[in-house]
Design a protein around this ligand. Structure first.
Ligand code: FPP
Length: 254
């Protein structure tokens, strides 16, 4: 499929045909979308205004990822630790998946995007689960970009959950201790069917993983920017991919 350049009217960015090496696009890009609160504070707005603006960045970056044929885009939308935030902010964040999918599901379907999630799904409020289930159902046959929301996700929690499931399967004689190796552990994680992230992006100047994809990030390339998530755009996304293309990945070899 030929992807034409597109013009982002609101942000007045005209994207040229990509100068990226299309033979070396990271298959899986994962993003820690940070800085919504600071973006709002700088403008004298409530924190939730930053999250709302961050939602429009999600739309932008989904399009940008799709344009260059990224296969999986994982977005850290709500961590297990985010429940510690004030109740009003948590409530707002829990409503965002529904708002996002209500607004953009037709566009996602048109763009052949498949919606998935990782994380403790059952721990989400029912209205959030319903919106996601509906989007997953309506996009289940799409074979383009996998848009994977990490929701109620924590890397350590994921590992605990995996160990518990493995112990259960050993006790049920479905798994033998001798069969436990790295690929077996990977298959018990929420990301079981996905490749590990090739590139992890974090916005807002913080340089840590914050419990994101701890097992899967063993050989990910990390890319950081000072830019706050609501200001992140297609050009910066392509810059991250371009920098990724200049990295030498050795996986412990020489
Ligand atoms: C971190 O910024 C951001 C979050 C915890 C929420 C991320 C959510 C979005 C970007 C909205 C889009 C979500 C969906 C499901 C479409 P922060 O609030 O910690 O920022 P701060 O460090 O500046 O306070």
């Amino acid at each position: 499929m030929i992807k034409l350049p597109f013009f982002n009217r609101k942000r007045r960015i005209e994207l040229q045909p990509s100068t990226l090496n299309l033979e070396n696009i990271p298959g899986h890009v994962a993003i820690i979308m940070d800085g919504n609160g600071r973006w709002a504070k700088k403008r004298g707005l409530p924190r939730i205004a930053g999250h709302k603006e961050g939602m429009t960045t999600v739309r932008r970056i989904v399009k940008a990822a799709n344009r260059i044929d990224v296969k999986v885009l994982t977005l850290y939308a709500f961590s297990k630790e985010n429940w510690k935030r004030p109740q009003a902010e948590v409530d707002f964040l829990m409503k965002l998946p529904k708002e996002f999918l209500t607004t953009y599901l037709p566009e996602l379907i048109e763009e052949n995007v498949k919606v998935q999630t990782i994380g403790d799904f059952e721990g989400l409020p029912s209205f959030t689960k319903e919106a996601i289930k509906e989007a997953m159902e309506q996009t289940k046959h799409n074979d383009g970009l996998i848009l994977n929301f990490a929701l109620n996700y924590g890397g350590r929690y994921e590992l605990v959950h995996a160990v518990q499931s493995m112990m259960q399967d050993i006790s049920d004689k479905k798994l033998q201790m001798e069969d436990i190796d790295e690929s077996c552990i990977s298959s018990y994680l929420y990301t079981e069917k996905l490749s590990d992230p090739d590139l992890i992006i974090r916005t807002s100047g913080e340089h840590r993983l914050s419990n994101f994809l701890l097992w899967q990030s063993a050989y990910s390339e990390l890319w950081f920017t000072e830019v706050l998530w609501p200001d992140f755009d297609e050009l910066l996304f392509e810059q991250a991919v371009s920098d990724f293309q200049n990295r030498k990945r050795r996986y412990g070899g020489i």
